[in-house]
Design a protein around this ligand. Structure first.
Ligand code: ARG
Length: 569
């Protein structure tokens, strides 16, 4: 397919002698089509070229060499240059490609590049909370999109399955384990045991020491401790799996923190040799104040135990060697900003190639709250995600029953709508924003929600069903799609690939969510303003064809976010 943006970028690059990459980074897609299909903000070059934006604009317009069949008009508006592409050529390109390519928008540009995504990563024996739902969904979407663009992706569930807290949990289990039936809701019960032992530890120093001893035993692979720990792990994974099954989440690796337990010595050795690992109150730390990070990174506690950060450093070494990553992305809430700043800085001391330390990226997201404000795990007033998902499915099925009582496969549809609504809600706004998890809001069919997108998709399906056969592209009269509503859809469909690139550039799936809402809205307008099924066969065929392509892109886009489309609802 013709890459109009690229053509413009090359033209400006040649006219200004500035790299194509830089120029392409500045090219905008104006919201208002009156300002062209693409716009170049000349003020971006004012500093480099030491000229005023309107002067730059004039010079570029004078000098630029561009295929007039592709770009039909170039206009200057203040400091901007607006480019208008050949509409008929655009329509032809988009529609032909969308017909021929089953994976429309996919590419091979990522071939040969390795991406590691660390997401979900809940802590065993602790509830999977709303924050983990968010990393699961964001990580899952990024996973799909990188893959679609040809990257070799490894998804890792870096389970929180190690740490001194297991010394406590083992102690609690020893004391009260027999009072609990762990075959039912094991995580709730383990969490309860953990709370109880924590209280006891605060009251009684002896108990706390026993917990420390238990952890030491676990570190030394003492048989009983390992057996109990493994049971906690297995029970937890089984519970997490229920949520992953509902959400359709997959991982390539479940190497959690415990996996790195025997790999932290190497980290400490390397760091010792750099001379940057210093003792402080008995602990081993790396001072990062010269890097603008006030809190030092603790690598080894005074009792000799490693911590979360140490295991993350070992994981960086391991992942660099095992996956030879170009990017290693961590999806967690912004509460861990400091942690990742610290370990990314310390990772530079591990003797790794710069490729790896440069490829480390923390993808942070905001907090999620229920309308009631509940979410904390420490105080125990957490909500169970599994219940939350099931509630949403139930609510979706009530709405569906009301709207379409005769629908077949109501349960299956309710699941797609309910789960889709939750997934979309987690991806709908820019990830760093805090957000409220409100079931009614996310299931609003008229809102900017997943059900709205699904409903629009179902609409395309029912139009196609009415006419029976979908015309072929070669039989379509392109001039029949020259109205504003059709044009709008075609422009959006053309931009799909660019949107996917923007998503991975910023690791921001909400760009795709936003796009799907825009496309659904554009289709609703097209549907309301244009009679699709009409007396003029030529116009009808063109509109049917566009309806078909719109449905195809809506479905593919949603799938990349992890959302399935019902055929009817
Ligand atoms: N288990 C951690 C938590 O629940 C998240 C782990 C993120 N991944 C990592 N490599 N640190 O907060």
């Amino acid at each position: 397919m013709i890459n109009f943006k690229q053509e413009i970028g090359v033209g400006i690059s040649k006219a200004t002698n500035i790299s194509e990459e830089e120029i392409l980074g500045y090219i905008e897609i104006p919201k208002d089509k009156a300002n062209g299909d693409y716009a170049f903000p000349c003020f971006k070059l004012a500093k480099t070229l030491k000229k005023a934006p309107p002067v730059i604009a004039n010079e570029i317009k004078e000098k630029i060499e561009i295929d007039e069949n592709k770009i039909q008009k170039i206009e200057i508006a203040g400091g901007y240059i607006n480019f208008y592409i050949n509409k008929n050529l655009l329509i032809k390109e988009v529609l032909e490609e969308a017909e021929n390519n089953e994976y429309y928008g996919s590419s091979t540009e990522g071939n040969g590049k390795n991406i590691v995504i660390d997401y979900s990563s809940p802590n065993i024996a602790k509830p999977f909370h709303i924050g983990h739902l968010k990393t699961t969904v964001i990580g899952g979407a990024l996973y799909n999109i990188y893959k679609y663009l040809g990257y070799n992706v490894t998804g890792i569930n870096h389970l929180g399955d190690y740490g001194t807290q297991f010394g406590k949990l083992i102690e609690g289990y020893k004391r009260w384990g027999k009072d609990y039936d762990l075959t039912q809701n094991p995580i709730d019960k383990l969490a309860e045991i953990y709370q109880k032992i924590n209280i006891l530890c605060k009251e009684d120093e002896k108990v706390l020491n026993q917990c420390r001893e238990n952890f030491r035993l676990l570190e030394q692979k003492d048989e009983y401790s390992v057996k109990v720990w493994k049971e906690f792990r297995d029970l937890s994974i089984k519970e997490f799996q229920k949520i992953y099954d509902l959400l359709g989440t997959k991982f390539d690796s479940w190497n959690g923190e415990a996996f790195y337990e025997d790999k932290t010595d190497e980290v400490i050795d390397i760091l010792k040799k750099t001379g940057k690992l210093v003792e402080s109150d008995g602990a081993l730390i790396v001072d990062l104040s010269d890097k603008g990070i006030d809190t030092p990174c603790i690598v080894c506690k005074s009792n000799g135990s490693t911590i979360y950060a140490t295991r993350d450093l070992a994981a960086i070494l391991y992942r660099a060697r095992t996956y030879d990553f170009d990017k290693c992305i961590y999806v967690t809430s912004y509460e861990q900003n400091l942690h990742f700043k610290q370990i990314f800085e310390v990772a530079k001391l591990l003797g790794l190639d710069e490729k790896y330390t440069k490829g480390l990226e923390h993808v942070a997201y905001g907090m999620v709250r229920l309308p009631t404000g509940k979410m904390s795990t420490r105080e125990g007033n957490f909500v169970k995600i599994e219940d939350l998902l099931k509630d949403t499915i139930k609510r979706a099925s009530e709405i569906i029953l009301e709207k379409n009582p005769n629908l077949e496969n109501k349960e299956e549809v309710a699941k797609k709508v309910g789960i889709g609504a939750v997934i979309f809600n987690n991806l709908a706004t820019s990830r760093v924003k805090d957000e409220i998890f409100d079931i009614n809001e996310m299931l609003n069919f008229q809102g900017e929600t997943d059900p709205y997108i699904q409903y629009t998709y179902v609409r395309t399906k029912s139009v196609l069903e009415k006419v029976g056969t979908i015309p072929k592209f070669k039989d379509i009269n392109i001039d029949s799609l020259n109205d504003e509503y059709s044009q709008n859809i075609i422009n959006l469909i053309y931009n799909f690939k660019d949107i996917l690139n923007q998503v991975i550039e910023k690791n921001e799936p909400s760009i795709l969510s936003r796009y799907l809402i825009d496309l659904a809205k554009a289709f609703s307008l097209f549907y309301n303003e244009n009679k699709i099924i009409c007396d003029d066969k030529m116009i009808q065929d063109a509109r049917i064809y566009l309806t078909y392509i719109t449905g195809k892109v809506l479905k593919q886009g949603a799938l990349l976010l992890g959302i399935e489309m019902p055929n009817k609802m």
